[in-house]
Design a binder for this molecule. Structure first.
Ligand SMILES: NC(=O)c1ccc[n+]([C@@H]2O[C@H](COP(=O)([O-])OP(=O)(O)OC[C@H]3O[C@@H](n4cnc5c(N)ncnc54)[C@H](O)[C@@H]3O)[C@@H](O)[C@H]2O)c1
Length: 347
């Protein structure tokens, strides 16, 4: 019977992970933690939490804690109370552009917050700490696809720098304290009840209001979009198998440390992505069939912090966990558009 902590449980990926754990587990305890900040519309976080409450099965103990990762006393208290077997750290200040104007939030949540999780894992041993990293650690990497063997020491945003730092911190704690850790570099995650700060969601809001959407780098960008269910499948599989604890010839631990990409390895051109989004928004009835799309589209230069391409080499995930993301952009955007119609259509 496992006791699992999911941080960021009111977030896009975290809430979907809790729903998945409810389906997979017949007994055990799940604790969700989130500070419910207003980086984006908190009604979405309330909605996700209510979906979780509705889905909770009888055999599972579930508790939601409203609190901040940066609150060391709170985090230590939770670990002492529950003695977690597995911790999945998804809480973070996300977003590349916001990090340019609001660096403090990234230091608090991603650096101090993650450090608190590592310290708590040190003093209350866990079987496995899984944590979210990001494709942004690859910066402007020219070599594609991006492999976890590539050098990633040229971040182009503070967000990316905090995610790379998390991997370095994790390595150090794995080595010094023999804590099994796995970092997951997610590639542009999208889906129903996703994040309004991301392009597919923001574009939809703007088009609906009759505003013009801006397509960066004149559309010459490629993104390896990954549907949220594929991300959750990857996280779920990885949670089950921690890197092995072994001793080296010097008698000291070989760090039980791993990092994987989770992305489909099929980058889409931004203009193609926008066309599919538009078609699916019309199909779902979010936009009218005669919507003049060309009149609401503007091609603009690259923005600071942005990278031209993301492209995952996901062979290691397939090799070690038998899984590669499968859901096509059309299927995924269809589900997003249908959810959007239902969620906002009745308001
Ligand atoms: N969505 C993506 O495309 C993507 C890509 C790469 C990496 N990631 C990473 O995956 C993780 C989950 O991302 P998401 O898309 O679900 O984002 P999200 O913003 O929807 O979820 C993060 C949640 O963490 C909470 N949170 C933030 N700071 C906190 C703190 N200090 N204490 C407690 N809770 C806090 C927020 O309220 C939010 O609900 C993040 O670490 C993010 O950086 C996401």
């Amino acid at each position: 019977m496992k006791t699992i902590l999911v941080t960021g449980s009111a977030g896009f990926i975290g809430s979907n992970l809790v729903l998945r754990l409810f389906k997979e587990m017949s007994e055990g305890t799940i604790v969700g933690l989130d500070n419910l900040n207003d980086y984006y519309d908190p009604t979405l976080k309330d909605y996700r939490l209510s979906e979780i409450e509705k889905a909770k099965p009888a055999g599972i103990e579930y508790e939601f804690v409203k609190g901040d990762l940066a609150d060391k006393t709170l985090i230590d208290g939770l670990f002492e109370k529950y003695h977690f077997d597995v911790v999945v750290n998804l809480a973070a200040q996300a977003g590349v552009r916001y990090s340019i104007t609001n660096p403090d939030a990234y230091i608090q949540s991603n650096m101090i917050g993650f450090y608190n999780i590592l310290e708590a894992c040190r003093h209350n041993p866990v079987e496995h700490l899984v944590y979210a990293s990001s494709s942004s650690v690859y910066g402007g990497n020219k070599k594609v696809p991006f492999s976890t063997d590539d050098r990633v020491d040229n971040p182009v945003s503070l967000y990316a720098a905090t995610k790379k730092s998390n991997e370095l911190f994790a390595h150090c704690y794995s080595k010094l304290y023999d804590i099994p850790t796995t970092g997951l570099r997610f590639f542009t995650v999208y889906g129903p009840a996703g994040r309004p700060d991301m392009a597919y969601f923001g574009f939809t809001n703007k088009l609906l209001k009759g505003e013009t959407i801006q397509i960066f780098n004149y559309g010459n960008c490629r993104r390896d979009f990954t549907y949220v269910d594929d991300i959750v499948e990857g996280v779920y599989r990885v949670m089950q198998k921690a890197p092995e604890r072994k001793k080296g010839e010097d008698g000291l631990p070989i760090p039980p440390y791993a990092v994987y990409n989770i992305g489909g390895g099929q980058p889409e051109n931004l203009l193609d992505f926008v066309n599919i989004l538009q078609e699916e928004l019309v199909r779902a009835g979010v936009l009218p069939a005669d919507f003049d799309f060309e009149a609401h589209k503007q091609l603009v230069p690259m923005q600071p912090g942005d990278v031209p391409t993301t492209y995952a080499d996901a062979t290691a995930l397939e090799r070690d966990f038998g899984f590669t993301p499968k859901i096509t952009l059309r299927e995924g955007l269809r589900k997003f558009a249908e959810w959007y119609k239902e969620f906002y259509g009745h308001k």
